[in-house]
Design a protein around this ligand. Structure first.
Ligand SMILES: *Cc1c(COP(=O)(O)O)cnc(C)c1O
Length: 395
């Protein structure tokens, strides 16, 4: 069996560690950027009534038209832009990666260039010269781990450009140089970034989009927690796409992401979507939830206010000695730096107090001594602060 595994499974897959989700049974869950608020009781009956109509014996609407319409309206997606739905935005990242290039294959632009042919007018031609080296997916590190993993799944080279050590800003010169050198087919920029929580300078992102030979996907998973967005900029560049998810706004259980951008791109990427990828219960539930968007908006507003309170409280936890340093955040979590060597003990100590957060020390050099804490309810945050106060007292 082991021999067979070694011969059959691609070596780069064997070398991967599976995406690990720790068991959170019985714990206060502040590790995964979920909205901590349940759907209000008053609306649950109406929601169940909507689900009663779902025809489980039939395949779902392959285009999820009702849901697409609800998303377009709720998120103000311009009519002329295409829209593609994924089973979570993770699936959209995978579709993008599958659509652009198979390993060892050339894009049409590269093939045409190699043959000395002139290029036509289709959007694919912005990928000129893209595959002179290895087909590449580029992003910024520390960043969202699925970009790297999915690049590996599909055989794309992953290039992670380091953020600058000071406050995790985008290092524009280094990023532009990497784009020039690697000619990435896909560049992902999380805005705000996970796990650092900050927004990058929008002018720097504009420069990256303008300089990129391939597609630039601005990943706005945390859109509900910031006022900044590139959605209104769709169409300003031929190679800009904006990706979002309903997960962080309060519907993580549904698995629904969406990708908006020029219709020519969306039509191509749609071809690698597996049929019926959004199941009928998710379609019905998300459509219902978006029609009651005010409920979700009120919840995300509360989380935004609570984020500010939690950041101040963390910074002042030990009477202002500064043993915990929360970084500025435009998302629903806080990245926190501990004193050197303390992150592991605080992570373990919190779990013993029944609280699960994310331990980031060791995952990237810039994340030394860092923890990531999702903003919870006021009660959950109070429990976190009390546990941290007790743990810091013991040290
Ligand atoms: C959580 C997250 C996602 C994944 O969202 P899903 O829709 O739940 O798959 C994508 N991008 C970033 C930056 C995230 O933090």
């Amino acid at each position: 069996m082991n021999d067979l595994v070694e011969t059959l499974i691609r070596p780069e897959i064997q070398a991967l560690k599976a995406y690990h989700v720790p068991d959170a049974t019985g714990l206060i869950k502040l590790d995964a950027m979920e909205n901590p608020y349940r759907w209000p009781e008053a609306l649950r009956d109406d929601w169940l009534a909507a689900l009663r109509e779902a025809e489980l014996n039939r395949y779902p609407d392959p285009q999820a038209r009702d849901l697409q319409a609800a998303l377009r309206e709720a998120m103000a997606i311009p009519d002329e832009m295409g829209l593609l739905l994924g089973n979570g935005s993770d699936e959209l990242i995978q579709m993008l990666a599958l659509a652009v290039a198979a390993p060892g294959k050339q894009t049409r632009a590269a093939a045409a260039e190699a043959n000395g042919e002139a290029l036509g007018e289709a959007p694919a031609e912005t990928l000129t010269k893209a595959t002179s080296g290895c087909p590449t997916l580029l992003s910024l590190d520390p960043g969202f781990v699925m970009y790297r993993m999915i690049a590996r799944f599909v055989g794309l080279e992953y290039v992670g450009v380091a953020l600058s050590a000071a406050e995790f800003a985008l290092d524009l010169d280094t990023t532009l140089a990497a784009i020039e050198h690697h000619r990435p087919l896909l560049t992902f920029i999380a805005y705000p970034n996970n796990p650092t929580g900050n927004l990058f300078d929008p002018a720097a992102i504009e420069r990256i989009i303008a300089a990129s030979p391939g597609l630039v996907i601005v990943d706005e998973a945390y859109a509900p927690f910031t006022d900044a967005s590139f959605l209104p900029r769709l169409g300003d560049w031929p190679n800009l796409l904006v990706m979002r998810t309903v997960s962080k706004m309060g519907l993580a259980g549904l698995r629904l992401g969406y990708l908006a951008g020029p219709a020519g791109w969306i039509a191509q990427i749609d071809k690698v979507r597996l049929p019926y990828n959004i199941n009928c219960l998710s379609q019905a539930s998300a459509t219902f939830a978006l029609r009651h968007r005010d409920v979700l908006d009120a919840q995300t507003e509360t989380i935004r206010a609570e984020r500010g309170r939690l950041a101040s409280a963390l910074a002042e936890l030990d009477g202002g000695q500064g043993r915990l340093k929360p970084f500025p955040s435009e998302a629903n979590f806080l990245l926190v730096r501990t004193r050197p060597g303390q992150a592991g003990a605080l992570f373990t100590g919190l779990r013993e107090h029944g609280i699960l957060i994310k331990h980031l020390d060791g995952s990237h050099p810039l994340l030394a001594d860092c923890l990531r804490i999702t903003v919870g309810t006021p009660d959950e945050n109070a429990a976190l602060l009390a546990a941290l106060a007790a743990l810091l007292d013991d040290h």
